[in-house]
Structures are given as structure tokens and as C-alpha cells.
Design a protein around this ligand. Structure first.
Ligand SMILES: *Cc1c(COP(=O)(O)O)cnc(C)c1O
Length: 370
């Protein structure tokens, strides 16, 4: 049958049928029993009290559309980072921004490049617009700038790099990001997804925001879902040249941020103490988890060095990642096992509270020692 022959039902575009749906982190075990969720990189400390206080009253008027220009939020973001508020874009999660970046700059036949073990949304964003996803090899689970550059062809329109990367936690230095940008053709949009940037140490600045301020082909994206503890409200933001931002506004959903989301996010970004407290908690318990995993090295456990709020733990001994995933689930903890992303030997574990991390360390030891 020819592709254009009439059928008895609507048929999706072939590139849509080829999409493997996004798999969210689990919040319940197979029987539906709720578990502690160390599977979605949420903030274990919760939401900033200032954001919570702003959220409540903002919900009073449900009949009126939200501010389509999100002006208060843009002003708050711009004030925090010394940016031009007119060049701040906002999305229903940074997911929306990743999708509209792909749709605005790539289409059928074009290519979108990202690294193996990159964020799973890049594959969906590329396929959704009929573009060809091109996967560059990793280097020790991290971003390999040379492999990305080698994957670029005349058809490349967009390059996605998450820094730090999810699910590996790896970080590319300012030098590496600058080298990537300098070697890319000027007509290729470089999207640097900084969902975990707030977890970095001050000296780890990858320079992406500076590039977005000055270069005509760089978009950075940020999210309120991770350190700000506002995942339920679906808020992301981005920064790029005036021209890119004007393009993205054409295709973002018209009232894409709810009134409560705008109010909560504007308060959250100004609460620098909460961010610092969350960052310090994360750094401390990430080190703890890594040390505990190192102590289980004889049993084949190791980890990929992480700059984010999770650790990719590798299982290369008698205890497999699949067994560890099941064992932790039985004990009431959901973690992320990613055989579908080519990581059958690894579990991504979000940094939780002190009690959760101590418990995870104990459970891993018990399982490893058999
Ligand atoms: C969590 C995450 C996002 C974004 O999520 P939103 O909730 O849609 O803002 C984007 N990129 C990466 C790499 C992530 O891990």
C-alpha cells in the first residue's frame, strides 16, 4: 500500500510512530505501593518557603488568564543574573523550550546531534519534528566534544548538550564548551541545557550563560524543577540572542506558564539562601554516597563522578544493576535503571535526605555482601 493511500483511520506521521515514549521516574512499585522517589532528581528538601508563600495567594484568581509575557518572572530572573529581561524566554518546563528549539531550527531531513547517554528528551524533540537524531559517542560516559564535532554534517541544524549531563552527572569545563562553540558552524544552534547548573561549585562555571549573552547561535535552558523544588508547576527558562528569543516566542504555547507558576518561580529565584542550602546538602550527601560506593569496590561497584544531584552507580560484579534496582524497590526506594538508554549496568540514584542516603548505603552493602 502506498503511503498516501486512504486508510480507515488517521495514521500518525512515520517519524512520530518511531518515537519511544519518555519514561518517567517511578513513584510506586509494581504493586502500586508508594515508594520514596530517588528516581526523578527532585529536591529532597522540598520547595523554598518563599516560593510556597507566593504560590498560595497567586491561586486566588482562577478565572483570568495568566500574564502571557511573564513579566514579573522575567524581571526576577534578569535581576538575579544581570540579564536583559526581554531576552528571557520561559516554558512549561524546560522541556517545552527544548522542543520549540528543535521545531524552530530543524525539520524533516535535518540532523540534530547529541551525545550517547544524553538526556532522553533530545531524541523525542528531534524525531517529533521529523529530524534525524545523530548520536555522538561518549567519553567515559561524558560529553566528548571531538565526537560531537565529528558527527556534524551539512545537515546539522541543532546540537544539544546537557551540562551537567543527565543521566551521567558528568560536567564539561568552560574550555571544552568554548572549544565546542568555536568549532561549530555559525548556522548551527547550540543548546546548552543547564538543568543542574545551580548544583555546580562557583568555580565550575561552564561559560554557557556568557555565550548565550554574546553569541548569536547559543541558547541556554534552565529549570525550576530541580534545585528550586517546583517540579509540580512545570517552569523552565532560557536565554539567547534577541533574534532566537523572538523566534521561540512564535511557537511557544500562548499562556504557557500558569499564574501560580509565575509567582512561585519569581519568589524562588530570589531565595538564594534556599538554593545555597540545597546545594550544600547535595554536595555533602553526594560525597557520602560516592565514598560508600567506593568502599564496595571489591564487589564491582563504582560510580561516574557527578556534578549534579544524582550519581550514576555502576555494577560490574556479582550484584547486577537490575538486582540492585529490585532490592532497593523492595526496601521502598525507587531509583532509575536505564537499560533502554544503553545503561543496563547502572543505576541513577538521586541524592535524598540524610536518612535516605544512609539507608541506601546500608542496603547496597547488604546486597553486595550477599
Ligand atoms: C530534569 C531535566 C530537564 C527539565 O525538566 P523540566 O521539568 O521540563 O524543566 C531538562 N534537562 C535535563 C537534562 C533534565 O535532567
Amino acid at each position: 500500500m502506498s503511503a498516501n493511500a486512504p486508510t480507515d483511520r488517521p495514521s500518525p506521521k512515520s517519524w512520530i510512530s518511531a518515537i519511544a515514549p519518555y519514561v518517567p521516574g517511578k513513584a510506586a512499585d509494581a504493586s502500586g505501593r508508594p515508594v520514596i522517589k530517588l528516581s526523578a532528581n527532585e529536591n529532597p528538601l522540598g520547595t523554598s518557603p518563599a516560593a510556597r508563600a507566593a504560590f498560595g495567594p497567586a491561586g486566588a484568581d482562577l478565572a483570568t488568564y495568566p500574564d502571557p509575557g511573564a513579566s514579573r518572572l522575567r524581571e526576577a530572573i534578569a535581576a538575579q543574573y544581570g540579564l536583559d529581561p526581554a531576552r528571557v524566554i520561559y516554558g512549561t518546563g524546560s522541556d517545552e523550550l527544548l522542543h520549540i528549539a528543535a521545531s524552530a531550527y530543524a525539520g524533516p531531513g535535518d540532523e540534530i546531534v547529541y551525545v550517547r547517554y544524553g538526556f532522553s528528551v533530545y531524541d523525542i524533540a528531534a524525531r517529533r519534528v521529523g529530524a534525524v537524531p545523530v548520536v555522538a559517542c561518549d567519553k567515559d560516559y561524558g560529553t566528548d566534544v571531538d565526537a560531537i564535532l565529528a558527527a556534524v554534517t551539512d545537515k546539522t541544524r541543532v546540537v544539544f548538550v546537557a551540562n551537567p549531563n543527565n543521566p551521567t552527572g558528568t560536567f564539561s569545563s568552560r574550555t571544552e564548551i568554548a572549544r565546542l562553540h568555536a568549532a561549530l558552524r555559525a548556522d548551527i544552534l547550540l543548546v546548552i541545557d543547564q538543568a543542574y547548573a545551580e548544583y555546580l561549585e562557583a568555580e565550575q562555571d561552564d561559560g554557557a550563560l556568557d555565550l548565550a549573552m554574546t553569541a548569536p547561535n547559543v541558547l541556554i535552558t534552565r529549570t525550576f524543577s530541580k534545585i528550586y523544588g517546583l517540579a509540580a508547576e512545570r517552569i523552565g527558562w532560557g536565554y539567547a540572542s534577541a533574534e532566537i528569543i523572538e523566534t521561540l516566542h512564535r511557537i511557544r504555547a500562548p499562556f504557557n506558564l500558569t499564574t501560580t507558576a509565575q509567582a512561585a518561580a519569581a519568589a524562588a529565584i530570589a531565595d538564594v539562601d534556599w538554593v545555597e542550602q540545597s546545594r550544600a546538602h547535595n554536595a555533602k550527601w553526594r560525597t557520602f554516597l560516592c565514598d560508600e560506593v567506593t568502599a564496595l569496590g571489591n564487589f564491582g561497584l563504582s560510580f561516574v563522578p557527578s556534578s549534579a544531584n544524582f550519581v550514576l552507580v555502576l555494577f560490574e560484579g556479582a550484584l547486577t544493576a537490575g538486582q540492585a534496582f529490585e532490592g532497593l524497590m523492595q526496601a521502598g526506594y525507587a531509583t532509575r535503571w536505564l537499560p533502554g538508554q544503553g545503561l543496563p549496568n547502572a543505576l541513577r540514584i538521586t541524592i535524598g535526605t540524610e536518612a535516605h542516603m544512609r539507608d541506601i548505603a546500608r542496603l547496597l552493602r547488604e546486597m553486595a555482601e550477599g
